[in-house]
Design a protein around this ligand. Structure first.
Ligand code: HEC
Length: 124
């Protein structure tokens, strides 16, 4: 599959998710566009820059089988819940120093809230 096709597939997935989710989730879908270059939330995303965010809320950090995490992420001891995700997404470098996610964070608390709600509600 070419990059262009993958990109279109990702956009289509976001559009379908937006249609399938309850009202209010659309905002989270919009914020998730910031993540889509590197992450998908399907269970098996194939080769991407970041690990799948499938069922991320409730699982330990660094637990997607086969993904080459940084030692920092693998040994962070974090279990992702609303609180740890909120803190990580506000400032990834501070919460998990030396992690490999090249992303500065989501500054607005409302955006993080919408995003985390979206991740919680995503089909699994
Ligand atoms: C430039 C690519 C990139 C972008 C953009 C990005 N990430 Fe990441 N993300 C990564 C990589 C790479 C890792 C693995 C980091 C490591 O192993 O240190 C990661 C790890 C994570 C993890 C930990 C996953 C796990 O299995 O423990 C979460 C949660 C996460 N990202 C959420 C997000 C969210 C939400 C966004 C959008 C707001 C986002 N990321 C944007 C590349 C990215």
């Amino acid at each position: 599959m070419t990059c262009g096709a993958a990109g279109r597939a990702a956009l289509l997935t976001a559009a379908l998710l937006a249609a399938a989710l309850p009202a209010g989730a659309a905002e989270g879908t919009a914020v998730f566009r910031l993540c889509m270059a590197c992450h998908a939330i399907a269970r098996d995303t194939g080769q991407m820059t970041g690990p799948s965010l499938w069922a991320i809320v409730g699982r330990p950090a660094g637990s997607v089988p086969g993904f080459a995490y940084s030692p920092a992420m693998r040994h962070s001891g974090i279990v992702w819940d609303e609180d740890t995700l909120d803190r990580f997404l506000a400032d990834p470098r501070r919460v998990v120093p030396a992690n490999r996610m090249a992303f500065p964070g989501v500054r607005r608390a409302e955006d993080r809230r919408a995003l985390i709600d979206f991740l919680k509600q995503a089909p699994r």
